[in-house]
Design a protein around this ligand. Structure first.
Ligand SMILES: *[C@@H]1O[C@H](CO)[C@@H](O)[C@H](O)[C@H]1NC(C)=O
Ligand SMILES: *[C@@H]1O[C@H](CO)[C@@H](O)[C@H](O)[C@H]1NC(C)=O
Length: 350
């Protein structure tokens, strides 16, 4: 066995030991609150809008998503111009990109995993080790699967060309990247890619219930490139606790970037309310979601009362206007629905 693999195995055993002896979630270590030194402020109104986009991207009726007539599309967001829907059938991924004329921003949204497989997916996250050197960021290691799902599938080229397409129509507008669950992990890599490799200046990220994607070095580097990053977590949502963080080994395990905003439920019945707790800039604030034992799937699927899961019971199913097709993993023929951005619409709304 290769020496480094052997060491990794020993660490894995040690980590397993500590997680058993610590009695679940580890608290009160590595606390370094530095409240109030961020210029970027959490915006509730923006969160309410972006959770709708993160929900809409789960729509399996791709035609209705593209025409922005899907049930999750029409209600809340009026002035959205869809530019491209990307369905990577082979890898069971979905994303869209368009222009929100109220926000005057490009919106890029990534879908999470399908509901049926999510239990397996979460169990897999327990066993995941850091396994990829992030290019150009020495010491940064990331989760291979999430990295690959963005960088080595049909998503990346489609998104980058759509961004250029939109900017050639609308000029220098800002970019907001969003997603829920695994979609948040993909959104993280996309936002970083746009800044590092495309030289975009104004990129912000807001994700819902995303897992950890890299180590502490990655988290720090990420925040330097993307200071406008918000990670929402909800009460006992299980996914933000995955893959595990161990405060005994803060530098070698997975580590969230900042800034977390923890949606905490308080009170019961009529008095029940949702508190948006702004967390410290460590990425692993022990007083936020780490203060609870995150074990809830239902909290994962609900942010601000918006449902975040696929409206179909089979994985990787999707519908086109010309009939229903069912594709499984391994089948090729990815789909891109795209149009040119519409300058007329822009002129009307300005
Ligand atoms: C929050 O975002 C909304 C758009 O969703 C914007 O209109 C508003 O000005 C923002 N508020 C602050 C304080 O930045
Ligand atoms: C584009 O916008 C960014 C941020 O809003 C600004 O810093 C930059 O100078 C702008 N570039 C051009 C070419 O207008």
């Amino acid at each position: 066995m290769h020496k480094s693999r052997c060491l990794a195995l020993i660490f894995a055993v040690l980590l397993g030991f500590f997680s058993l002896t610590s009695g679940g979630e580890i608290k009160n270590q590595h606390r370094e609150s530095k409240h109030g030194d961020s210029s970027y402020v959490f915006n509730h109104t923006l969160a309410i809008t972006l959770v709708e986009y993160s929900s809409a991207v789960y729509t399996i009726d791709v035609s209705a998503l593209f025409s922005w007539t899907c049930a999750r599309c029409v209600d809340k967001i009026k002035d959205f111009e869809m530019v491209e829907v990307i369905v990577d059938i082979e890898n069971c991924l979905q994303a869209f990109i368009g222009v929100d004329h109220n926000l005057n921003s490009i919106i890029i949204a990534f879908r999470g995993t399908q509901e049926q497989s999510i239990k397996n997916w979460i169990e897999d996250l327990f066993s995941i080790q850091l396994d990829l050197d992030y290019p150009g960021m020495p010491g940064a290691r990331v989760h291979h699967g999430f990295y690959t799902a963005y960088h080595r599938t049909s998503l990346r080229p489609a998104i980058l060309s759509a961004v250029q397409n939109i900017k050639s129509t609308y000029g220098n507008i800002s970019i907001i990247v969003t997603g829920h669950s695994m979609g948040g992990a993909l959104a993280t890599f996309c936002a970083l890619d746009l800044v590092v490799n495309s030289g975009e200046k104004d990129v912000q990220l807001m994700t819902f219930g995303q897992p950890r994607v890299g180590n502490a070095v990655f988290a720090t580097g990420f925040n330097e490139y993307i200071p406008k990053a918000i990670r929402l977590t909800h009460q006992n949502d299980i996914v933000p606790h995955m893959p595990p963080y161990y405060s005994y080994f803060p530098t070698i395990t997975y580590h969230h970037f900042s800034r977390e905003v923890w949606l905490r439920e308080e009170g019961v019945g009529e008095d029940k309310q949702l508190i948006e707790q702004i967390c410290d800039d460590s990425g692993e604030d022990p007083t936020c979601s780490r203060s609870v034992y995150g074990n809830s799937l239902s909290d994962h699927f609900d942010y601000y009362g918006v449902e975040l899961y696929a409206d179909a019971d089979s994985p990787c199913k999707f519908i086109m206007a010309e009939g229903t097709e069912r594709y499984n993993k391994g089948v090729g023929g990815n789909i891109r629905l795209s149009r040119n951005p519409n300058p007329t619409l822009f002129l009307q709304s300005s």
